[in-house]
Ligand binder design. Structure first.
Ligand SMILES: Nc1ncnc2c1ncn2[C@@H]1O[C@H](COP(=O)(O)OP(=O)(O)OP(=O)(O)O)[C@@H](O)[C@H]1O
Length: 252
């Protein structure tokens, strides 16, 4: 589904991503771990189009996407979430979710006068789909609440709902377990498993080892901008190179 070849992203003299190559098979949940500053977020941002690659290639479903702007990559079916969700605080949960599909007829000023039935029909369908998605993530009863009033964990669920509205094939999840209580973490893991069973592929950055061990296979390990190793979670966890990379990060 995704092929990354010898990818480099430099910031000034710093190679945050330093020649990374890997392939994501369709219908897998791949974990991406590594100590702080290893280059995980930069790798995500470069794949999702937030940063232009300094060099190397990125292909999604056989199409080269390296250097395309984020909205083009998003509409091709590759979406990312953020470690700290960014909903529109002054809009309700339902409105935040309905906003996602692009090219809605109501976005064109004149359509609201001359194509009102089309605008209304599209809005109705969008509302219905948003309600289904909110029901799936368990936020239906909060759909009238302002996004700013949600807890951190609920905001993560809202972000997942917003991403699902785009009907993605590949989701890059940035620390879905960060700042989430243990009960909600179980809920999030269940939802991810269910989405995976429905055919969505995931690449997940996560520091929570429970989530990695329970959900991800294979696991990629980054350290100092490079891919250190790749393998099943139990192998990665016991590999001395991985331990050393983490201890190096802690002691550095
Ligand atoms: N926009 C930027 N400009 C300059 N340097 C950056 C930028 N973004 C990241 N870096 C640097 O690139 C390196 C990799 O950072 P990155 O955030 O990708 O690591 P990470 O593995 O996601 O870390 P963490 O687990 O702490 O989130 C760090 O040294 C960081 O300071």
């Amino acid at each position: 589904m995704l092929e990354v070849g010898d990818l480099v992203k430099e910031f000034g003299g710093l190679r945050a991503v330093d020649g990374v190559s890997f392939t994501l098979a369709a219908h897998t949940i791949t974990g991406l771990i590594g100590p702080n500053g290893a280059g995980k977020t930069t790798l995500f941002n470069t794949i999702a189009g937030v940063h232009r690659p300094s060099s190397g290639s990125i292909s999604f479903l056989g199409r080269r996407i390296g250097g395309l702007p984020p909205h083009r990559i998003f509409h091709a079916g590759l979406v990312r979430t953020f470690q700290i969700p960014r909903p529109f605080a002054g809009m309700t949960v339902l409105e935040n979710t309905m906003l996602v599909p692009a090219g809605q007829a109501g976005e064109r000023f004149w359509n609201n006068w001359f194509a009102r039935s089309q605008v209304r029909a599209q809005e109705r369908a969008g509302r219905e789909r948003a309600r289904e998605v909110l029901d799936f993530v368990g936020l239906e009863r909060l759909s009238g609440e302002y996004a700013k009033n949600l807890s951190g964990g609920q905001q993560k669920l809202l972000e997942l709902a917003r991403v699902l509205m785009a009907e993605p094939q590949l989701i890059l999840l940035d620390e879905p377990g960060a700042g989430v209580n243990p009960t909600l973490l179980v809920t999030i893991m269940d939802k991810l498993r269910e989405l995976h069973a429905r055919g969505i592929t995931f690449l997940i950055i996560e520091h929570n080892m429970d989530l990695i061990m329970n959900l991800c296979n294979p696991v990629l390990v980054m350290a100092q901008g490079r891919l250190l190793m790749e393998g099943p979670p139990e192998v990665v966890r016991n590999d001395p190179r991985v331990l050393e990379a983490y201890l190096g990060g802690v002691l550095a």
